[in-house]
Design a protein around this ligand. Structure first.
Ligand SMILES: [Zn+2]
Length: 443
C-alpha cells in the first residue's frame, strides 16, 4: 500500500509497542550472525565478559560493550580492506564508500546487495518524509563519488520515482544553467552550500535566487538546516521549504528526516537500525522522551557486510517529541553538534554551531558566516572565546553591533566572547561543509 502521506504506512504509523518485538527478534538474529561471522565482535564480547545467551530482550542490550569509530579504524588498519568487523565475503560486496574524517586516512564501508537494498529503502523513506514525491525533479548538489550521501541518495530518489539530476559539487555555474533549463523543484545539498549558492546566484548570475524556482530544500551532511536562524535564511533567500536529514556512512546514509511539520527529524529506520540515546560521559542509557539530550548510538538489525553493535556516533542530539501532526509514530530529534567538536569554556559546554546560530539571528545585519579561532588544541578554551563574524550590508554602528553579538552569546551560552567584525565575504566559503573552527596553532 502506498498513500500520498507515507512511503511505508504500516511501519511509519506502527505503535512503538508493536515495533519492539520486531526489533528484538531481528537483533537476536543479527547477534547470531555476528558471533558466527565477526572475529572482531567475538573478541570484543569475550573481553567484556558477555555471551550471546546474555541477550534475551532489548533490556539486556546495555550489558554489551559500545563500538567506537577509533576501534573500527584500528580494525581496518589491522585487517584491510574492510577490517576484522567485516562479516560478509568480499565476493558478496557490491559497492564501497569511504570517508576521510579528520585523520586523513580513508575509512571504508561496504554493502552487499541486500545491504544496498535496505539503504535504498530507508533513505527513500527519509526523503519521502522530507516531502520528495514522484513528480519532483531533484538536483543533487553533493558528491557522487565515495561519499555515502551520493549514490545511495540517487538510488533513493529513483526508488521514490522522482527525477534525479546528478550535478555534483563545485559546479555552481552548471547548476544555475541546468536549473534555468529544467525548472527543478528540489535541491539536495548541505545547508552551507544552500547559503553559499544563494550568494553565488546573486553575485555571479545577477539573479534573485527565487527566480530559479526551487520549492524544497532537502539538506544534510552537517547540522544547520534545523537551526531556526539558518533555516529562516535559506527559506527567505530561496522562497522554499527547508527540511533536514541525518544519518551515518557506517550505518545507513539517511536515518532521520523531517516531515513538513518541521518539528524535528523522525526516526525512519525502525526495522533496520535500533537506536539508543546515552549520556556521553557515563555511557548510561537515557529514556527516549521529549527533552532528553545525549549521544546517539546505533545497532544494526539486519546488516551483512559490516554490522555494528552499539556504535557511538558522537552526534549530540535533543529529543523533540514522540508524536507528530503528520501521523508518524517515530520519535523526533535535532542534532546539535558532534561531541568531539564541543568546546569547554570554564566548564561550560559550547558547540560551535550554537555560536553560529546566535550570530545568524542578527541576519541581515550579520551574514551568519562565523569562525571560532583556537590558539591551542581543545576542548578546553581560555575565555574569552575568539569569534570572527561578518557584518552584513546595512549601515549600522559597528561597535554597537559587536557589543550586541557579544552580549547575546553571553546571555544564551553563558560564556564570554570577543567578537571581531569583518566585512561580508572575508571568511572563506566552503561549498561542502562550513568550517566553524580555525586552528591557529596548526598554521
Ligand atoms: Zn511528522
Amino acid at each position: 500500500m502506498r498513500t500520498e502521506e507515507y512511503l511505508d504506512p504500516e511501519i511509519e504509523t506502527m505503535k512503538p509497542g508493536d515495533l519492539r518485538p520486531v526489533q528484538e527478534a531481528k537483533l537476536a538474529k543479527q547477534l547470531d550472525y555476528l558471533v558466527a561471522r565477526s572475529p572482531f565482535y567475538r573478541d570484543k564480547f569475550a573481553a567484556a565478559g558477555v555471551r550471546r545467551e546474555d541477550f534475551r530482550s532489548l533490556n539486556d542490550l546495555a550489558r554489551f560493550p559500545f563500538t567506537t569509530k577509533e576501534e573500527l579504524r584500528e580494525s581496518q588498519q589491522a585487517c584491510p580492506p574492510l577490517g576484522r568487523h567485516m562479516a560478509a565475503d568480499m565476493i558478496d560486496v557490491i559497492r564501497l564508500h569511504a570517508s576521510t574524517g579528520t585523520t586523513g586516512v580513508p575509512s571504508f564501508v561496504g554493502v552487499t546487495r541486500k545491504d544496498a537494498e535496505i539503504w535504498t529503502k530507508v533513505t527513500a523513506r527519509s526523503f519521502y518524509t522530507m516531502g520528495i514525491r514522484p513528480n519532483d525533479i531533484v538536483i543533487h548538489a553533493a558528491s557522487l563519488t565515495m561519499f555515502a550521501g551520493g549514490l545511495p541518495v540517487k538510488d533513493a530518489i529513483e526508488w521514490i520515482g522522482a527525477t534525479f539530476v546528478p550535478v555534483g559539487t563545485g559546479a555552481s555555474e552548471k547548476l544555475v544553467l541546468y536549473a534555468k533549463a529544467l525548472h527543478p523543484s528540489a535541491l539536495h545539498c548541505t545547508p552551507s552550500y544552500a547559503i553559499y549558492l544563494a550568494d553565488y546566484v546573486r553575485r555571479q548570475a545577477g539573479m534573485d535566487p527565487r527566480e530559479l524556482g526551487f520549492k524544497k530544500f532537502v539538506c544534510g551532511g552537517e547540522p544547520g538546516a534545523g537551526i531556526p536562524a539558518v533555516r529562516a535564511k535559506i527559506s527567505q533567500e530561496w522562497g522554499a521549504r527547508v527540511t533536514e536529514g541525518l544519518g551515518s556512512a557506517d550505518m545507513v546514509p539517511v536515518i532521520f528526516s523531517e516531515c513538513p511539520d518541521q518539528s524535528g527529524m523522525h526516526y525512519n529506520a525502525q526495522e533496520y537500525v535500533y537506536n539508543e540515546i546515552i549520556d556521553p560521559e557515563s555511557g548510561e542509557v537515557l529514556p527516549i522522551e521529549t527533552g532528553v539530550s545525549g549521544e546517539l548510538v546505533y545497532t544494526s538489525l539486519e546488516r551483512e557486510c559490516v554490522p555494528l553493535f552499539r556504535f557511538r556516533t558522537r552526534d549530540r542530539v535533543n529529543i523533540l517529541g514522540t508524536s507528530c501532526k503528520c501521523g508518524r509514530t517515530s520519535y523526533k530529534l535535532r542534532c546539535v553538534g558532534r561531541t568531539d567538536d564541543m568546546l569547554i569554556v570554564l566548564g561550560v559546554n559550547v558547540f560551535p554551531s550554537a555560536v553560529r546560530d546566535i550570530v545568524s539571528s542578527f541576519y541581515p545585519a550579520m551574514t551568519g558566516e562565523v569562525q571560532i579561532l583556537l590558539d591551542q588544541p581543545g576542548p578546553g578554551v581560555k575565555p574569552p572565546l575568539q569569534v570572527v563574524a561578518e557584518y552584513g550590508n546595512g549601515n549600522q554602528d559597528q561597535a554597537m553591533l559587536q557589543k550586541k553579538v557579544e552580549d547575546k552569546i553571553r546571555a544564551v551560552l553563558s560564556v564570554s566572547a570577543a567578537v571581531q567584525l569583518v566585512p561580508a565575504g572575508t571568511l572563506p566559503r566552503f561549498e561542502m561543509k562550513g568550517k566553524l573552527i580555525r586552528k591557529i596553532y596548526e598554521e
